[in-house]
Design a protein around this ligand. Sequence first.
Ligand code: ZN
Length: 241
Amino acid sequence: MLRREEWDHDHCPQCDTSNEDSLHILQCQAPTVRKLWDTGISDLNRFLASINTQPEISTALVFGLKMWYQGRNGCQPPISHGIREVYRSQSRIGWHMLLFGWLAKDWRRAQDRWLDRISTKWKSSSLKWSTRVSNWMLEFHHALWEHRNSTYHDPQHLWRIDAKQGQVQVMRHLYIQLAALTLPTADRWLIVRPLSTLESMEMESIGQWISSAQQFFKDREQPSNRVWHQTTVTRWFSAPG
Ligand SMILES: [Zn+2]
């Protein structure tokens, strides 16, 4: 995701590799994301059991998702032939599609057969089952995005700290130069406050201060700019109204 407004690169805020796209957000290998996946996988196991999932379907879903996250394609889960076929269907659709709530149709058929076997009084619905599985997947997908966004917006993120330190350096350099000059009244505001106070300002205000200071030096090199500007302003002020 290229963030032109804030950063001139497309690195992942979690692991810093380049080319962060929407799939990378789900598959990022940063330690905090791995932890989220570990918790997610345990939760999925419990969740599937709680909704009476056929045990081999649970094994297959958990296994497939985990292998996809780890980038280990081609591994086979320890399941019987019938479920292995369904596993292959999901592999053809893509395991990442599961995180978009897209379950291969055959999961439902397999779950139906299981529900027929275990249900006595009431017939549970495999449609309800598959909807709940889809919803779980979408929620997990959402949690991965939320995690990424909270990392991205964290004021303590290294990118922000680095950027601020860079700006403070520039400000210090300009401030020292300005303090050594006798400034015209109009520009004295730049050094009225001590440097330490200015350094504690928000990044945006530091940025504004820097551009004003740079403008001062530009005008100083080319005084004609300023004279022209001042004359225009003076004329405007004294124009008969
Ligand atoms: Zn990453």
